[in-house]
Design a protein around this ligand. Structure first.
Ligand code: PMP
Length: 352
């Protein structure tokens, strides 16, 4: 017997990466930043905790003002969400009347939200090498969403290709999920004034050290943002709690620290890429804060387990096209040296 509505009984929820005790594990499984937020961010949260008796600011001014400035947009072109997952949830719920299309290998929540909101979803296979060809979406109708760089492959699509698609389909909403853009190329945010059918999604979870605070954003033309806020004010106007607002505002005052950590992550990523290649791994040219690699001598699941036994946690997706691969978050240089040493010893055991 169940009290759950019939329409949800087939719902397949998202499987989050494990959250484990960091004392005993090297945690490389959920693409978080390995670095703590700057001390001023921690202080801002402590200060904001003194007024927790009050509801949070529904305008989220502490974040919206400096974020709009940083992105070079107007505040009314900015939507703030409880993680970019919440931003995405509003988009799937409210902007998909003619259906939505996304790649077969991408962020798992796209499929989950399609199920939750009963959206007509078309899953378009990536090319053999996991590259995204937007002309594959030309013959479809409705909304298109993709991550750039994509997850879990890390492959980056050029602005020129995205613009060509947006211009060809002015009647279709194009959502670009830029969760990992800071480790990669050009953001599409600068183009929102040119294209009314472009909505860019971003997050404070990856490059800004705030995964636990849950803060994400959408950027697009003011009418689109007003429509998103209509949904938000019909569900949960206080979606960003006051501690998170304080943390987000403070992070935006710490751009030098954020930039320094982004550069460090990129350097460690490129170092790890070379190590993996030297160990015989095949991988995509990831532009995210993670790597996507497989080894011709060992199955993805076996590698995942062997690393887990050595107290290193990475992500393994049990899907037909990705099951031989591991997605490895870029941690600190020291963590990645430990990863490389563990992989070396695992692979030597296979050889022996
Ligand atoms: N988009 C992509 C592509 C992601 O990988 C993630 C995080 N796993 C998200 C969105 C959601 O991130 P958050 O809700 O923490 O902002």
């Amino acid at each position: 017997m169940t009290f759950l509505n019939q329409k949800f009984q087939e719902l397949v929820p998202y499987t989050p990466g494990e959250q484990v005790d960091e004392e005993s594990f090297i945690k490389l499984n959920t693409n978080e930043s390995p670095y703590p937020p700057a001390p001023s961010v921690q202080a801002a949260v402590a200060e904001a905790s003194q007024t927790l008796n009050r509801y949070s600011d529904i305008a989220v001014e502490a974040v919206a003002k400096p974020l709009a400035e940083y992105l070079g947009v107007e505040q009314n072109q900015l939507f703030l969400g409880n993680g970019s997952d919440e931003v995405l949830s509003y988009l799937f719920q409210g902007f998909t009347e003619k259906g939505i299309a996304f790649p077969d290998v991408t962020y798992g929540f796209y499929q989950v939200y399609s199920g939750l909101y009963h959206v007509d979803a078309t899953v378009v296979p990536l090319k053999e090498d996991f590259s995204l060809e937007l002309t594959d979406y030309d013959a479809l109708s409705g909304t298109v969403i993709f991550a750039n760089p994509n997850a879990p492959t890390g492959i980056y699509l050029s602005q020129t290709e995205i613009c060509a698609f947006i211009e060809k389909h002015p009647e279709r909403l194009v959502i670009v999920d830029e969760a990992y853009i800071d480790f990669s190329g050009e953001s599409m945010v600068s183009l929102i004034n040119r294209y009314k059918n472009l909505l860019v999604v971003g997050t404070f979870s990856k490059s800004r050290q705030l995964a636990g605070a849950r803060l994400g954003f959408g950027v697009g033309n003011a009418a689109l943002i007003a429509d998103m806020n209509r949904l938000r004010f019909s569900l949960n106007p206080y979606n960003i709690n006051s501690l998170t607002q304080a943390a987000g505002g403070a992070v935006l005052q710490e751009q030098a620290y954020v930039n320094e950590k982004i550069q460090e992550t990129i350097q460690v990523r490129e170092w790890t890429k070379q190590e993996l290649t030297a160990l015989g791994f095949e991988q995509t040219d990831s532009q995210g804060n993670f790597l996507f690699a497989r080894h011709p001598k060992m199955a993805g699941e076996a590698l995942f387990q062997a690393l887990r036994e050595r107290k290193i946690l990475v992500r393994w997706f049990n899907q037909p096209r990705t099951k031989e691969y591991l997605r490895i978050t870029v941690g600190t240089q020291e963590q990645m040296e430990q990863l490389a040493a563990a992989l070396r010893s695992i692979l030597e055991e296979v050889k022996a």
